[in-house]
Design a protein around this ligand. Structure first.
Ligand code: PNW
Length: 498
């Protein structure tokens, strides 16, 4: 179930187009290197690492509430109460990123740490102080901070009135964004409004797998997405109107998508998968026409009518909103992990109604794809190149940052499978860069340290460093992959592996 919902919806041009990629003849193995201005970084998110869930004025988030009231929904019954205690040991994380010779560190801010109820009426200065220390440490280590405003941890009080499904969310988010720009904008030049709305809207509002476990399938995920797009655009416009002139920063959004392929060359199915996953959020922001992809508008309206409604479960934008949302990003943050083949379901499948049923595609995993410790994550390096090329074509070559890419295992220090995954993906990415097939500015590895992997608890590890979870000091230890990434970041080349 989770697998199919988590289709951080992929896309696919078909294999042929992508495999025709010619590698420039000048590129001998020895001079295949990333350009000097290409950036490398690593990423974390507040709830997954900070701990200190109720310390120094922090209010509860939907993930505190979810893990406390439903421990059975987390594989190991874990939670983020203490996590890797980065609230106390944030300097270890910053130093780890620095040790790898990275250019930037992508973090997120816990909304309820600085606004305990989510509301601007009540500011927690202790929380502001924490992020000031963290941001200053990042800058002090000559790293660029890249800051995500919302990485899934909504203040619990905002869920009382429906959270992201209530349009008043837009005003709350605007006030929150304004506070962040005001307090941190002098030092933070790269802002990401939301991390992976397709994932948190489907799993949190369209299912009960993630917080806030609303499970309003078929309606909740679309309401959530609608408000996210508006809130994102409002936060973007706010920065451009009141902060850009002084601070000259950039504001983007991070979207997650797989790439999709078809064995039977069914390009309609492939396009539908791409549009339901990446296009859902990217089309309104990055396409010339704006608005949701046509295939979503049509299918969801038709299904809605078939269900006896006189309205579509996919909300519609006024022309004014289309205008406000279109072009509201300086860059597209892309989280790429894996891909799928798609086939049309002979019979409609999934909860009635639901996003899954609206999409109505079977997601197929190829037996030759290497599995990770996560049931949804298989190594498909080709997909990252194909999705970058797809983005260039579909959205007129926007600036892109890969804001996450990574591999899970059970915590080995000699993590050769992670190295192989990173190596193979970086090779594809380098091809794209050298052939000028994407306006790609940087690459971010998920994650610098092992951390709380949401419903999978601490069982699945994505870190370049392991963390001693049985010691209160939470010591960080570099894995073999940390060395690999350090070589990539410092030489701008991809070392050969056996
Ligand atoms: C991301 N998929 O989620 C999140 O941004 C991180 O917080 C998380 O720890 C990381 O990836 C690893 O899971 C994803 O289905 C969820 O392709 C689902 C997918 C990809 C990323």
């Amino acid at each position: 179930m989770l697998k199919s919902i988590l289709i951080c919806v992929s896309a696919a041009i078909i294999a042929t187009k992508a495999s025709e990629v010619m590698v420039d003849s000048r590129q001998n193995a020895s001079d295949r290197f990333f350009p000097g201005d290409f950036w490398f970084g690593t990423s974390t998110a507040a709830y997954q690492i900070e701990g200190a869930w109720n310390l120094e004025g922090k209010g509860p988030s939907i993930w505190d509430e979810f893990t406390h009231s439903h421990p059975e929904k987390i594989v190991d019954h874990g939670n983020g109460d203490v996590a890797t205690n980065s609230y106390e040991f944030y300097l270890d994380d910053v130093k780890a990123v620095k040790n790898l010779g990275m250019d930037f560190y992508r973090i997120s801010i816990a909304w309820s740490r600085i606004l305990p109820t989510g509301d601007i009426a009540n500011i927690n200065e202790k929380g502001i102080e924490y992020y000031n220390k963290l941001i200053n440490a990042i800058i002090g280590h000559k790293l660029e901070p890249m800051v995500t405003m919302y990485h899934w941890d909504l203040p619990q009080d905002l869920q009382k009135f429906g959270g992201l499904t209530n349009s008043i969310f837009i005003s709350y988010f605007e006030a929150y964004a304004n506070l962040l720009y005001d307090r941190f904008g002098d030092r933070v030049k790269y802002w990401i409004t939301f991390n992976e709305p397709s994932v948190f809207c489907t799993t949190g509002y369209g299912s009960d797998k993630h917080a806030p476990a609303v499970n309003a399938h078929g309606v909740g995920e679309y309401l959530c997405a609608h408000n996210v797009l508006k809130a994102h655009a409002v936060a973007y416009r706010l920065y451009r109107s009141f902060y850009y002139e002084q601070y000259k920063g950039q504001v983007g959004i991070t979207l997650c998508s797989q790439f999709f392929y078809s064995d039977s060359n069914d390009m309609h199915a492939v396009d539908r998968a791409m549009q339901f996953s990446l296009g859902w959020f990217a089309n309104p922001i990055f396409s010339l026409a704006g608005n949701y992809p046509d295939v979503m508008i049509t299918r969801i309206a038709n299904n809605s009518i078939g269900e006896g409604r006189s309205w579509s479960r996919l909300p519609s934008f006024t022309d004014k909103w289309i205008e406000t949302i279109r072009g509201s990003a300086d860059f597209l943050g892309l989280n790429y992990y894996t891909s799928r083949y798609v086939e049309v379901n002979p019979e409609p499948k999934g909860l009635y109604p639901s996003y899954e049923r609206d999409l109505n595609l079977k997601m197929v995993i190829k037996p030759e794809w290497k599995p990770s410790a996560s049931d949804w994550l298989y190594s498909v390096p080709k997909g990252v190149g194909d999705i970058l090329r797809w983005i260039k074509e579909e959205y007129n070559n926007p600036e892109v940052f890969i804001t996450e890419n990574g591999w899970s295992d059970h915590g080995e220090l000699d993590d050769n499978d992670r190295i192989a995954y990173l190596h193979d993906h970086l090779e594809q990415i380098l091809d794209v860069v050298l052939n000028d097939e994407s306006n790609l500015k940087g690459y971010t590895a998920w994650s610098i340290i092992d951390n709380f992997e949401w419903a999978q608890g601490y069982a699945e590890k994505f870190g370049l460093y392991s963390v001693n979870m049985s010691s209160p000091r939470r010591e960080r230890t570099a894995k073999k992959s940390a060395k690999f990434m350090a070589t990539v970041a410092s030489t701008h080349r991809i070392p050969e592996i056996n």
